[in-house]
Design a protein around this ligand. Structure first.
Ligand SMILES: Cc1cc2nc3c(=O)[nH]c(=O)nc-3n(C[C@H](O)[C@H](O)[C@H](O)COP(=O)(O)OP(=O)(O)OC[C@H]3O[C@@H](n4cnc5c(N)ncnc54)[C@H](O)[C@@H]3O)c2cc1C
Length: 409
C-alpha cells in the first residue's frame, strides 16, 4: 500500500510555476508529494513572452505551449485548468475555488503573477480599451477590425507596450505609441539606443508620440478618440494600456498574509504564514517586486530545492541582465543605462547597431547591446566576476570576445 504523501498545491500556471514545476520534476518531487496546480486560465502552460508573436501569427498556441495536459499526466501532477482560487484559509490549510470546491494542502505556493495597471481616467472601462497580458487579451486584439483604417493607440513604450505595438503592426493595424518620457524602453536603454530602436520600429511602420500623456478618453460605449495632454486628438479604434503592472496579491491579503505591493517573502520565499510560499511577479522581497523572468527563475530553483529539503542558497537581489527581442530587434542591457563612468561606444546607426560598455575603475558596470547581442553573456560574466579590464584591451571590448583575447596576446 502506498503511504499518503503530503499535498503540495500551486496556485497559478505562469512562467514562475512552470519553472518551479520543471525544477520539482528534476528532483523527482512527485515521489515525495502529491502535487496539484490550479490555473485561472483555460489553456495549459504557455510562454507569455511570446504573446506578440501569437498576435502576428508568427507562432501558434501549440508552438508556445510547453506544459501541456499530457505533460502533466506524464509527470503525475494533477492539473486544474480554468480554476480560479478565490479564498484561502491558512488556519485550516485549505483554499476555495470559484466553483466552491475546497482543497486542503500541506504546502501551498502562490504564483499568481500580476495584473496590468489600470489608468485612472473616465472611459478606461469602455469597449475597445485593452491591456496585453494573456491569451484572452490576444484573442480580443485579434478581433479588432482590420478594415477600420483608424489607428490603434498603445499607451506606454516599455517592454509590454512595444511588444503590443509590434504584434498589432504585424497584423496590419496602423499603430501609434504614446509615451511620457523622451525615449522608449527607458529602463533598459540610454537616449542613443532608444532613438535607434525607435527608428527601427518606425521603419516597420510604428509611429511614436513622445513626452505626452493621455488626458481624455472619448466615446460612450466604445472608445472613439483620445486627447493627449498637449491637446492633440486622435480618432482611434482601440487603446492598449501598458503603463505598468500590479502584483496579484489580493488572495493573500484577504487571507491575512503580510502584503505590501506584493506578497512579502523572506530569502527562502516563505510568506508570513507557515507552509505558504510565494514567487514570481506576485511576491515582494526586500521592498522590491519583479517584472522579468531572470530573477523569477532563480526563485524557482531555490524554492524547489527547499521544498525537497535539499541544500540551497538564500534568494538575494542580483543585478539581472535583460535580454529582449523587441520588434524582432535584439536588445541586451544590464546595469543603469545612464551609468556615469568611462563610456566606450560603437555605433552604426544605418544598420541599427549600438554597443555601449561603461567602466568604473576599470570594471564593467553596465552595458547596452542593440542589434547584435552575440557577446552579451561574455560581457555580463566579466561584470559579474568584477574583472579589471587592462587598458590595452579596453577598446577591444566592443568588438567581442575573440578580438579582446587577441588584444591581450
Ligand atoms: C507580452 C509580454 C512579453 C514579455 N516579454 C518578456 C521578456 O522578453 N523577458 C522577460 O524577462 N520578461 C518578459 N515578460 C514578463 C514575464 O512574462 C513575466 O515576468 C512572467 O510571466 C511572470 O511570471 P509569473 O508566473 O509570476 O506570472 P504570470 O506569468 O503572469 O502567471 C501567473 C498566472 O497565475 C494565474 N492566476 C492568478 N491568480 C490566480 C488565482 N487566484 N487562481 C488561479 N490562477 C491564478 C494567472 O491567470 C496566470 O496564468 C513579458 C510579459 C508579457 C506580458
Amino acid at each position: 500500500m502506498n503511504a499518503i504523501k503530503p499535498k503540495l498545491c500551486i496556485i497559478g500556471l505562469g512562467m514562475a510555476s512552470m519553472r518551479l514545476l520543471d525544477e520539482l520534476v528534476k528532483h523527482r518531487a512527485t515521489e515525495q508529494y502529491d502535487i496539484a496546480v490550479f490555473s485561472a486560465e483555460a489553456p495549459a502552460g504557455y510562454n507569455r513572452i511570446m504573446l506578440s508573436y501569437l498576435l502576428t501569427g508568427e507562432q501558434t498556441l501549440a508552438s508556445v505551449t510547453s506544459h501541456t495536459p499530457e505533460w502533466f499526466a506524464q509527470q503525475g501532477v494533477v492539473l486544474h485548468l480554468g480554476t480560479k482560487v478565490t479564498a484561502m484559509d491558512p488556519i485550516q490549510q485549505s483554499f476555495t475555488t470559484e466553483t466552491g470546491e475546497v482543497f486542503g494542502y500541506d504546502r501551498l505556493v502562490l504564483a499568481t503573477g500580476s495584473n496590468a495597471s489600470r489608468i485612472a481616467l473616465p472611459g478606461a472601462d469602455l469597449a475597445g480599451v485593452h491591456c496585453f497580458r494573456d491569451l484572452q487579451d490576444v484573442a480580443q486584439l485579434n478581433d479588432l477590425d482590420l478594415t477600420d483604417a483608424r489607428p490603434v493607440m498603445v499607451l506606454g513604450a516599455g517592454l509590454l507596450g512595444l511588444e503590443a505595438a509590434y504584434g498589432l503592426a504585424g497584423k496590419g493595424h496602423r499603430v501609434i505609441v504614446v509615451h511620457r518620457s523622451d525615449r522608449i524602453l527607458s529602463q533598459q536603454l540610454d537616449a542613443m539606443a532608444g532613438r535607434l530602436l525607435q527608428k527601427s520600429m518606425e521603419q516597420q511602420g510604428i509611429e511614436f508620440v513622445l513626452q505626452r500623456q493621455l488626458a481624455e478618453i472619448q466615446g460612450s460605449h466604445q472608445i472613439e478618440a483620445v486627447r493627449l495632454n498637449q491637446g492633440e486628438v486622435f480618432e482611434v479604434k482601440a487603446l492598449i494600456t501598458a503603463v505598468g503592472i500590479q502584483p496579484n496579491s489580493e488572495l493573500a491579503k484577504q487571507a491575512g498574509l503580510l502584503v505590501n505591493r506584493g506578497i512579502v517573502v523572506n530569502n527562502a520565499l516563505e510568506t508570513s504564514q507557515p507552509a505558504i510560499y510565494a514567487l514570481g511577479e506576485c511576491c515582494e522581497f526586500e521592498q522590491q517586486t519583479f517584472g522579468l523572468v531572470a530573477p523569477i527563475y532563480r526563485q524557482a530553483t531555490i524554492l524547489a530545492a527547499s521544498l525537497m529539503q535539499l541544500p540551497t542558497r538564500p534568494f538575494e537581489h542580483q543585478l539581472s541582465a535583460t535580454r529582449l527581442k523587441v520588434s524582432g530587434i535584439e536588445v541586451f542591457s544590464f546595469g543603469d543605462p545612464n551609468q556615469l563612468g568611462d563610456q566606450l561606444v560603437l555605433q552604426d546607426p544605418s544598420l541599427g547597431l549600438y554597443r555601449k560598455v561603461v567602466l568604473v575603475d576599470g570594471v564593467i558596470q553596465s552595458a547596452i547591446l542593440l542589434g547584435n547581442t552575440q557577446d552579451a553573456n561574455w560581457l555580463f560574466e566579466l561584470h559579474q566576476q568584477q574583472i579589471k579590464i587592462d587598458n590595452s584591451q579596453r577598446s577591444a571590448l566592443l568588438f567581442g570576445e575573440a578580438y579582446y583575447e587577441r588584444a591581450a596576446a
